[in-house]
Design a protein around this ligand. Sequence first.
Ligand code: XUL
Ligand code: CO
Length: 437
Amino acid sequence: MEYFSQVKKSIAFEGKESKNPLAFKYYNPHQKVGDKTMAEHLRFSVAFWHTFTGNGQDMFGAPSFDRPWRRSADPIDRAKQTMEAAFEFFRKLGVKYYCFHDRDIAPEGESFAETCKNLETMARFAKELQESTGIKLLWGTANLFSNPVYAQGAATNPDAHVFAYAAAQVKHAIEVTHELGGENYVFWGGREGYETLLNTNLKQEREQLARFLQMAVEFGKKIGFKGQFLIEPKPKEPTKHQYDTDAATTLSFLREYDLIDYFKLNIEANHATLAGHTFEHELAVASAAGKLGSIDANRGDLLLGWDTDQFPLDIYGTTMAMLIILRQNGLGRGGVNFDAKVRRSSIDPVDLFYGHIGGMDAFARGLLIAHRLIEDGVFENFIAERYRSYQSGFGARLMEGKVTLEEAEQWIIENGAPKPKSGRQEMLELILNDYLR
Ligand code: XUL
Ligand code: CO
């Protein structure tokens, strides 16, 4: 069965003069940018949850999408048809990767054992489709937030019985990710946070979370999982306060519990906004620590305080993101996963193509612009010059830890007060705008 009959062939690159909304204007997978192709730089991935199981439901209304692949009354048939629709979409869109939660690809059964069996069945089905199409799994994860058993947290639940249930679920999710050759495994702390300190032992809950992650790392080693473990920070929603609030908080948590060597971060644009940061700030913090592993590409609405998960279209944002990614020489085994959904009123399957094409072109443009900015040394030269005083003489000795406060005083007595220099922000901003043309 063909689910996306409105798109006959795979989406083509037609160049920037094209007016066809079902074509790429900038994303040309084979085009070299520096030493890699666009496809190699961007490693685009589609999120199974929003794109194939999303139904348009919101807090105020019923599902608004009637997806042809969600109609079967039998849960396993429905899951198989959804998976077939997904692979048709990946192929036609021309992406090489996808991501899922365990519960997106397989329905929960009557018992834990039946749920695990369903997941196994669907993993086998996914493996066949991966093998016949060459499409790969960027990352897998466990949904530890939908089932009401996790209402008060999974790993951070006050009841050890729930912790055990979550641990058992994650064991299977890591196994399935491993079986499918997943390049990463993500932890997003869905309900790992608290609503009120009146009933919460925060120290205990953070220790539980660390223990949970340690158990996952140990299990990964045991089964020979070669993928990268990632943590995706988010400050709030669903809980009022999530423990993995932002990149800096998550990095210090990992250091506190000796987990830092085993994890990198998956930075999501809309989560950065919710944390009161820009996307580029979160990327820069992760990258400076050598821990930027992957990104969830989307955007929020600056006027709204929740996770709207819209497709990224802002060229300024994608350029800043790609600058940071290029400076660290790429995302390695990570990628650009569209954790984004079409609006509730975008009810046709073809709308899923428009969303992804817009996002892919926005990142391709960001890549091209960031590459030119780096080639031309626009910011690199300015930044190098701005910090030049630390490269030699007194500044270099300072950074080597060879200067005491008394010596600094002596040096000032000899050299006098510093002369202020302009930071040239407006000049740099206008130059950036010239490149965005
Ligand atoms: C939720 C979110 C998740 C993670 C995976 O805000 O971003 O979908 O990406 O659990
Ligand atoms: Co996400």
